[in-house]
Write a protein that binds this ligand. Structure first.
Ligand SMILES: NC(=O)C1=CN([C@@H]2O[C@H](COP(=O)(O)OP(=O)(O)OC[C@H]3O[C@@H](n4cnc5c(N)ncnc54)[C@H](O)[C@@H]3O)[C@@H](O)[C@H]2O)[C@@H](O)CC1
Ligand SMILES: Nc1ncnc2c1ncn2[C@@H]1O[C@H](COP(=O)(O)OP(=O)(O)O)[C@@H](O)[C@H]1O
Ligand SMILES: [K+]
Length: 503
């Protein structure tokens, strides 16, 4: 699903008028009609629509007119000075006035079973002004005093949600449904914004807009989208064609991480999986790991090269430890290995600040996949975790482009950024996934998909979705307490569900 930034939304707005010569009022009519459709499908009778004086307010008044025509009881309350509003908003106001829909007080609000936030959308500049905050606080107080919970519907975005980052103003009203226009706005998929949108419904503007903007700069990965990324298996496939994956990791006391990664690769369909660990760990790891995984050990770079030469995917890092020896091994390997590569956990730690690695990734023909969580990404970049979280889509995009890597920036939600600047916001996953080892499983899944012939970018986007989707299945049965290994075992079922998903 396509995702818009604020500037893309505004650019489409501009192109509708300038390039097509279509009056923006037509788009507003479609938008408001779409909102009215959504509300009329809900079981509500009286609707209190709070409108600002920009075009978001205009959408609200179009919706008011349609809802009135459907026989609903409708009140329109204006925040701000209508004389200073946009011409489209003033036009709609004049119509609503004649239809006697305008009220100048909040008195009727508590009698309504639906409240619509049409105060402002993508046109908000900077922090909400104090006067608007105060109005929102008063509205919030009215809602809290109601004896039943009204349905709160936001038009385009909940007012005060920053369309690019997902930051929200403390005064923002949390919606049950957000009817977003044209395409979903980036900030609606990022936290905390996502928690304020409720169910997101997309409504069109009555005109296709893909011709105006570069395709797929930011995408939301849904089940329908992920289905298209699945690898195809030919009937004659065998272990030699399904990829040989090597996991390099492990250290004393950290045996589980590489084992989970290797087993996840098996559950994700790898033809063969070899788990190579430092010599001192071999016995314990061999006892722990499932019989389908082959084991090997390394004591020097020559051993590492022997394990990895001509393999279909190599993952380095899970449980590798952080001593000097491990660090040097990683750097040496990353600098010289040209095959399909995934770097995770202690492998990322070993890289240190990315600038010190010079052009290592830039020259690679096949981009390496890096899978940091925000803490690891902070160590790679020198950024603070707060700054990363405040704009995870943009920082991921910038990093992937600058360093020619596929960057999997994990978290809620995980975003996958590609060297060409495209970003995929993952649509699966849940809070039950916060258990040690979850990331190791993801590394195994992505490696197995690369091993089966998917390009790194596709393997990363699909792998992240499958990982979250498998966890979502477990989450339905138990909200938390499911293990990373259970998630790995669920991957096959997730693949099956994707395959049978209706188009
Ligand atoms: N994308 C499109 O093609 C279309 C967009 N439409 C609507 O138009 C909206 C954008 O309209 P506008 O550009 O007029 O802007 P908005 O209506 O989103 O916001 C402008 C209003 O917010 C107020 N405002 C701005 N910054 C503020 C701040 N910091 N504190 C308090 N108030 C602030 C302004 O005074 C003005 O009243 C979209 O969100 C959508 O609802 C639709 O009409 C249909 C077409
Ligand atoms: N609240 C959440 N919502 C969605 N995904 C989550 C959430 N918490 C954790 N995850 C996912 O779980 C995984 C945790 O990875 P990581 O922190 O590397 O774990 P570990 O180092 O223990 O293996 C990531 O894929 C992350 O996106
Ligand atoms: K709004």
């Amino acid at each position: 699903m396509r995702v818009w930034s604020k500037s893309e939304a505004q650019y489409v707005d501009h192109c509708i008028q300038e390039d097509l010569g279509m009056p923006l009022g037509y788009a507003m009519e479609n938008a408001g009609h779409g909102v009215a459709d959504v509300i009329s499908e809900a079981d509500v009778q009286s609707i209190f629509i709070i409108c600002g004086t920009g075009n978001n307010g205009g959408d609200g008044m179009v919706a008011a007119r349609h809802l009135k025509a459907l026989g609903k009881e409708v009140f329109v309350y204006i925040i701000g000075d209508i004389d200073k509003g946009t011409s489209l908003c003033q036009e709609q106001f004049a119509i609503c006035q004649k239809l006697e829909l305008i009220t100048d007080s909040l008195d009727m609000l508590p009698t309504c079973d639906c409240i619509v936030d049409a105060i402002a959308g993508t046109g908000v500049v900077g922090d909400l002004r104090d006067d608007l905050r105060q109005e929102l606080d008063v509205i919030q107080t009215h809602i809290q005093k109601m004896t039943y919970e009204p349905l709160v519907v936001a038009i385009d975005v909940p007012t005060g949600l920053v369309a690019d980052t997902g930051a929200v103003d403390p005064a923002t009203l949390a919606a049950d449904v957000t009817v977003t226009l044209g395409a979903v706005k980036q900030g609606m998929l990022l936290y905390p914004g996502r928690s304020y949108c409720g169910t997101i419904v997309e409504k069109g503007l009555g005109v296709s807009w893909d011709m105006f903007i570069e395709p797929s700069r930011t995408m939301y990965v849904t089940t329908e989208f992920a289905k298209k990324l699945l690898p195809q298996r030919i009937p004659t496939a065998h272990k030699g064609t399904n990829g040989h994956v090597v996991i390099l990791g492990g250290s004393e006391g950290m045996y589980g991480a590489p084992v989970m990664a290797a087993e996840a690769a098996v559950y994700s369909g790898a033809g063969k999986v070899t788990l190579a660990v430092p010599t001192s760990c071999l016995d314990i790891v061999t006892q722990k790991v499932m019989p389908e995984v082959m084991t090997g050990s390394f004591g020097n770079m020559l051993h590492v090269r022997m394990h990895t030469v001509d393999k279909d995917a190599v993952a380095i890092g899970p449980g590798l430890g952080r001593n000097q020896e491990a660090k040097e091994m990683v750097r040496n390997f990353v600098n010289t290995f040209e095959g399909p590569l995934v770097i995770d956990a202690d492998g990322l730690f070993a890289l240190g600040r990315i600038e010190t690695m010079g052009t290592t990734f830039i020259d690679r023909e096949r981009p390496a996949v890096l899978t940091p969580h925000p803490g690891e990404f902070a160590a790679l970049t020198g950024m603070t975790i707060a700054d990363i979280e405040a704009s995870r889509v943009e920082v991921a995009r910038e990093f992937a482009t600058k360093h020619n890597v596929v960057l999997v920036l994990k978290g809620a939600p995980t975003v996958v950024a590609l060297p060409g600047g495209h970003v995929y916001i993952n649509g699966s996953g849940n809070e039950g996934m916060g258990t040690g080892g979850m990331g190791d499983v993801l590394t195994g899944i992505i490696s197995a998909l690369i091993g089966q012939g998917l390009p790194e970018s596709r393997a990363a986007v699909l792998g992240v979705f499958l990982h979250g989707n498998a966890a979502d299945r477990l989450h339905e049965v138990k909200p938390f307490g499911f293990t990373p290994s259970e998630v790995a075992r669920e991957i096959g079922t997730s693949i099956q569900a994707l395959m049978t998903e209706e188009e």
